[in-house]
Design a protein around this ligand. Structure first.
Ligand code: SF4
Length: 324
């Protein structure tokens, strides 16, 4: 059976159900790397120039973990998934970047997803996968249909406020539903590959829960409110995945939450422009308090916890004042 490797990094957190269902339904085995560890991060960092953002270094570590364990790697080059909205250059060049830096890299299925050019969309029926592997056409069509259904079911589950992508993908028990013992609600915003990678963010969702916060996530707001958040803050989207920071910020800074924590990557051009507009939006009277945490491979657990504790102290004081 042909083994397809899907690294557990970057867009894994958005599209794993879509891509894994597609390949499995065509009769292939899907192999995934283990959750991020110190060794995975170190292996990826060692192959990349220092200025590269942490998520790409971590992704490279996941690819290295899959070398020798799969026949093909699935690494699409995602240029655009919406007209006139652009992706970060790392996503455009990801397959070439990986080929250049990973020794003994397996052949890469580097589907070029580019909606702006009206060619390949996220829907697997447009991938022309026969260029790499030869599935039976009827089976490929059915696999694409089932994969899309699985993608839609995933999005719906995320909006249910009961489960985080991390829990959904790993089959863990949902923990985000209110336990009834939280003192305040905090929105955690950022790219899924940052906020759901428990290693690089030192289990931030769990930490916030432990510190007495109920956590709400970008996906829970739903696509329409996130899109409205982008329009409110910047007028129209420019970056793909802008809704994860600008949209979620625009929505939650005005919503019924006590504070917003944003995670951004050090060395990321798009994140630095996106967080700048969110920080400006947060300075308006009446906006919820905002804490920005910038992460790289040197981000220490103690420093992050100290900042979270100080932020939640302030959030609690504000919440008390509001209810007095
Ligand atoms: S958007 Fe930023 S963090 Fe994400 S891959 Fe691009 S440079 Fe890295």
């Amino acid at each position: 059976m042909l083994r397809i490797g899907i690294p557990r990094g970057l867009l894994y957190y958005q599209y794993y159900p879509l891509w894994s269902t597609f390949f499995q339904e065509m009769g292939m085995e899907v192999v995934t790397s283990n959750p991020t560890s110190k060794a995975i991060m170190a292996a990826g960092s060692a192959r990349m120039v220092a200025e590269t953002c942490l998520p790409v270094k971590v992704y490279c570590g996941h690819v290295i973990e899959l070398v020798g364990k799969c026949d093909y790697l699935f690494i699409p080059a995602i240029r655009s998934i919406q007209k006139n909205v652009y992706n970060c250059s790392k996503f455009l060049g990801l397959p070439d970047l990986i080929k250049a830096v990973v020794p003994k890299c397996p052949p890469i299925i580097d589907v070029d997803i580019d909606v702006s050019k009206g060619k390949v969309s996220l829907h697997p029926s447009s991938y022309e996968i026969g260029r790499w592997i030869k599935p039976r056409p009827k089976r490929e069509k059915e696999a694409a249909k089932l994969a899309w259904e699985s993608h839609l079911a995933y999005i719906k589950a995320m909006e249910s406020e009961m489960v985080s992508p991390l829990e959904y993908l790993s089959g863990q028990k949902p923990s985000l539903a209110s336990q009834g013992n939280e003192h305040f609600t905090v929105a955690l915003i950022g790219h899924p590959y940052n906020i759901y990678d428990e290693f690089i963010t030192h289990r931030i969702i769990h930490r916030l829960n432990t510190l007495g916060a109920r956590v709400v996530l970008p996906e829970m707001a739903g696509r329409d409110l996130l899109a409205a958040g982008v329009v409110k803050v910047v007028g129209r989207p420019y970056w793909t995945y802008e809704d994860e920071i600008v949209g979620a910020g625009g929505h939650y800074l005005d919503a019924d939450v006590d504070g917003v924590v944003a995670i951004v990557s050090f060395g990321c051009g798009p994140d630095s422009t996106m967080i700048d507009v969110v920080q400006r939006y947060a300075r308006r009277p009446g906006a919820r308090p905002l804490l920005t945490l910038t992460i790289d491979e040197h981000t220490g657990e103690a420093g992050m916890v100290t900042r979270l504790e100080a932020f939640l102290d302030m959030v609690a004081r504000k919440a008390r004042r509001r209810s007095a």
